[in-house]
Design a protein around this ligand. Sequence first.
Ligand code: BG6
Length: 483
Amino acid sequence: MVSRVIPVSPFDLVIFGATGDLSRRKILPALFRRMRAGQMPENSRIIGAARTKMDSAGFRDFVRESMAEFEPTAKDTPEVLETFIAALEYTPIDAMGDAGWKPLKKLIRKDTVQAFYLSVGPSLFGEIAHRLHVHGIATPESRIVVEKPLGHDLASAKDLNKRLGECFEEHQIYRIDHYLGKETVQNLMAIRFANALFEPLWNSKYVDHVQITVAESIGVEGRGGYYDKSGALRDMVQNHMMQLLCLTAMEPPAKFNADFVRDEKLKVIRALDPLKVSDTVRGQYRAGGGEASYIEHAENPDSHTESFVALKVNISNWRWAGTPFYLRTGKRLRARMSEIAVVFKDPPHSIFEESNHRKGNTLIIRLQPDEGITLRMTIKEPGPGGMRLTEVPLDMSFADALGPDAIVTDAYERLIMDVIRGDQTLFMRGDEVEEAWAWIDPLIAAWEADSSKPAPYDAGSSGPEDALALLHRDGRRWREIDV
Ligand code: BG6
C-alpha cells in the first residue's frame, strides 16, 4: 500500500533562520520529500530569511549543498531536486531591527497561503511576530509556526503566549511538538477511537497501570550548553511525554478536530495530581561501556542536571483513579525505544491451576523503532500433557502490514503540510502548554532546592536503580528497554 497524497493549496512558506541547523536537517528535507511525493503545488515557494547576507542564487547553492549532506537520496531524483531548488527564494533580514522587512513584504504574495516558520531561538519569537505585524506583512489568515522551548516555566510560557497573542489569533499559531507528528502517536487515536475493542477496557477497572517509555541511546554531546540548562524534565517530559500521556488517557473527543482533541487533552492535565517528590526519580549517566559520562559534555563540571526522569503519575478522574501511569525517559540508555504499554489486570478468577497462572494482557504501542502494535496474550502451550499456559505476542509492524512506503517516518513532513492545510489538531494550544508548565514547575522548584545529586546510572544501562524501585514498591516492574 502506498500512502495517499492529499493535495494542499499553493503557499509561500517563509523560514526564519533558514540557514540554521533545524532548517537544514529537518525542514528543508521534509519539504523536498513532500515535493517528491507530489504534494507540493507547482507555484509554491520557500523563502529563506536569515541574518546572512546573500541573494536567492546563493541560497539555492547553499540548499543544494545542505541537501547533499542531510537528504542524500535527493540526487536520485535530479529533476525533483531542481524543481525544489527553483522554488527557493531568499531575503536577508534583521530580526531585531528594521532592515529587510520591506523587501520581505514585497516578496510575499497576498493571494496564497502564507506561513512563517520561526526556526530561530525562542528569544526571537516575540520580536519576529511583532515585526511581521507592524510591517503589515502578516494577514489575518497567515500562520506562524514555533517550536519548543516554549518557555522554561509557567511565567515565561505565559509571556510568550501573550507576545504571540498580541500579533496573531490562536487559530493562526502552530506550536510544534514533533512527537504529535509521529505516525504511531496518531495511530494511538485511531486504535482507541476507530475500534470498539479497546475502549470499553480502557479504564481503571481493567487497566492495572500504564508505562510510557521514551528511551534514547544517544547522549547530550554537542548540545551540552542547551541541555545543561534544560534537563530531561523540561526537554522531554513537559512536552513530548505529556502529549503521550494525554492522548493515552483522554476521553474520546466528540469529533476529530483541533479544539475538540485539545480540550480533552487539557482536561487530562488538569486532572493530574500534584507530583510528590517521593514519586519521582532523577538520574544522570556516568561513563559506561566505553561511553563518556554526562559531566564530560556538560558546561558545569558539578552539574546536577538530570539526563533521566521517572515519574509515577496519578490522574484523579472517574476513568483513571487508582491506575498509575509510570513515565520514564532518558539519554544514553541501553537502546532507542519508545513505547506506550497498557498493562491490563489479571482475569478476575483463574480456572487453571495456580502453577499455570499467567499475568494479564499487555497492549504495547511502539513509537520507534519499527512502529507497530503488540498484544501479549496467554494461550495454551501446544502439545499433550495437560493445560499449560504460555504468553505469546500478537504482533503487527505497520511496515509489514502496510508496506514500507506507507510509513511517512518524519514528523516534520506531516506537520508542515498540516500548517499549510490549516489543521491545528496535531499542534499544542497555548493553554495546554501553560497547564503543563503549571504542573511541572513545582517539581522543578523542589529539585532545584534539593542539593543532592541525581541518581547515577551507567551509560548503556536501563537507568538508575531508584527507577526500578519506584515500580518494585508497587509490586510492578518496568518492561525491558530493548529493540
Ligand atoms: C527533542 C529533544 O525535542 O526530542 C531531544 O530536545 C531529543 O533531546 C529528541 O533527543 C527526541 O526526538 P526523537 O524524535 O528522536 O525521539
